[in-house]
Design a protein around this ligand. Structure first.
Ligand code: ZN
Ligand code: FE
Length: 255
């Protein structure tokens, strides 16, 4: 395996991630909701810390940064577009940029919509993408700063990644997302099966991160707005993809 990924629960339902390049042992952490669980996880694994990767400016993703950075002064990477409201960045990145974690290439996607200047970190060799509050497992982030069109564009970019790509998002919202998904597509067989697996996983206390993009595209209503059967189910035959996406997002806001 080219990378090892550790999912680190923080606050009430946030996740940070630690990613180790297996070849060099270099480690990146994605987001810093709080420092203590991250430092505990790193020391449990005996890992150092070489990079801190920020997805977006919200406090539940950066509030642990000061303490984390005091403990290990690793360089901070974040969106150039958000540099004015993020802590000082050693590396400011935007759409199409790339850097490396040890031997692992990391590609940047601008996935604005939840906020403007939200980025996702894609590890093509490691087959994983860290999406923060853009694409979420079985859902997507609320539109706080961007339009439905901007989020739909962002999700559409992520849908172009290889189907076997694994999705790691910023929160454990999957069980309630699955309930909502069933309200949109009550007869989607793959969704019914997955909703059952999710409640079993949560009952065991397991996290639900790391599903494949293929599974998300079969079950996440926000990735299915372009499908004729989804449009028909909403009574929106002939509507544009983005209008259907906006309607699904509206319904979720009121669910
Ligand atoms: Zn957020
Ligand atoms: Fe968040």
């Amino acid at each position: 395996m080219p990378i090892e990924i550790l999912t680190i629960p923080c606050l009430s339902d946030n996740y940070a991630y630690a990613i180790q390049d297996s070849e060099t042992g270099e480690v990146a952490v994605v987001d810093a909701p709080e420092a203590a669980p991250i430092l505990r996880a790193l020391s449990f694994k005996g890992w150092g810390l070489n990079q801190i990767l920020l997805t977006h400016h919200h406090s539940d993703h950066i509030d642990g940064l000061d303490l984390l950075h005091q403990a290990v002064a690793a360089p901070i990477v974040g969106a150039r577009a958000d540099a004015n409201r993020l802590p000082a960045l050693e590396l400011a990145v935007g759409e199409g940029d790339a850097f490396a974690l040890g031997t692992q290439p990391v590609h940047i996607y601008d996935v604005s919509g939840h906020t403007k200047g939200h980025v996702a970190y894609y590890f093509p060799d490691g087959n994983a993408v860290f999406t923060g509050d853009s694409l979420m497992v079985m859902g997507c982030g609320r539109l706080f700063e961007g339009s439905a069109e901007l989020m739909w564009d962002s999700l559409s970019k992520l849908m172009e990644l290889p189907p076997e790509t694994r999705i790691y998002s910023g929160h454990e919202y999957t069980a309630s997302n699955a309930k909502f998904a069933l309200s949109i597509e009550p007869e989607n067989k793959a969704l019914i099966d997955r909703a059952r697996q999710i409640s079993e996983a949560r009952a065991r206390g397991d996290d639900t991160m790391g599903p494949t993009l293929a599974l998300e595209m079969a079950t996440n209503p926000f990735l299915r707005a372009a499908l004729p059967e989804v449009k028909a189910g909403l009574g929106m035959q002939g509507a544009s993809d983005v209008d259907v996406f906006a309607e699904i997002r509206r319904r979720k806001d009121n669910f």
